[in-house]
Design a protein around this ligand. Sequence first.
Ligand SMILES: [Zn+2]
Ligand SMILES: [Zn+2]
Length: 392
Amino acid sequence: MAHISPAVQAAAQDMVALRRDLHRHPELGFQETRTAGIVAERLRALGYTVRTGLGKTGVTGFLAGGKPGKTVLLRADIDALPIQEEADVAWKSQNPGRMHACGHDAHTAMGLAAAEILAKEASSLSGNLCFVFQPAEELLIGAEAMLRDGALEGVKPDAAFAVHVMNRWPVGTVAICEGAAMTSADKLIVTVTGRGGHGANPHNAIDPIVAAAQIITALQTLVSRETHPLQAAVLSITMLKAGTAFNIIPDTVEMTGTLRCFDADLREKLLAALRRTVEGVAAALRCTATVRNEFLTPAVVNDSSLTTLARSVGAEIVGSDRVLTVEPLTGSDDVAYFWQKAPGCYAFIGSAKPEWSSAPAGHNAKFDIDESAMAIGAEFLVRAARQAWQTA
Ligand SMILES: [Zn+2]
Ligand SMILES: [Zn+2]
């Protein structure tokens, strides 16, 4: 049994009710107006200095403690996904094609519960609180948008934490990575240009489809042949757009994909290799090609002393044998931009129900969580903040 403090126990019912309300009304990245409104209203009522409209729909809440001290940043993401919910729950999404399938409804509710509990202690605290409710995490562009709008202007955080519910691990566990936790993410757009023509006269055309096929195949060697076997990277081509009819060779093919790395130098090397391969293979097949990359987010790397702190906080709540040290995830989270402003630690809160033989993964239309994980997550945020004030 997890050790949940009376304060979190008292907040648990409201936290679950709020999560269900947010779950019923999911909003996509940069459209989270209802969600942001609820967050801002609650933070104001708790005495926080609230700023809204940061990165379109982001909200921050700042609270100075009674005595000067360190500033702890706690971040929750608030956006949903473009998925039609198939989970059989009473609080099913009421917005067609929109779903909280990544648990950000739970993160928002946990963040607000922690904000409430910590606000009650504020007058006796030596330190400050900065809550960040971030939009558009799924697009990996919300954090930077908030920072561009000056979300941390006048705030110098000393330590930062975030939690994510994760069905990969059972409820009652806390999983933390040492060092690298999540990858950097680039969006890739490759355009291959040939010369269109009749499908029956390929010799009079320059076929970009065949070139694109060769390029996709050649790109598979970047990770398998050019990356050190003990370094990790992912290169996936995920969208192909070309052609209009069965008898027309098109002029161009556009492919979209993603590159994920833990190491910034490896990322640079692979981007260069990507250009070389795309342009070289295209040229060999008489086409031209361009590569455009959008750097979405750096890798999430956990600070080592805050990781130690997070592990001990996790152990206080669920017991040391249920604090898991886990391999880094190949997913990404633009919380990395906040980690550039302060050392941070990201913790995964196990949320699979014990009775599930196979838990629905995040981003699945049947995604759901064991809501008792939320008390563990809120407890983690509260305790991590208190600890960081003393030691950060
Ligand atoms: Zn997600
Ligand atoms: Zn998520």
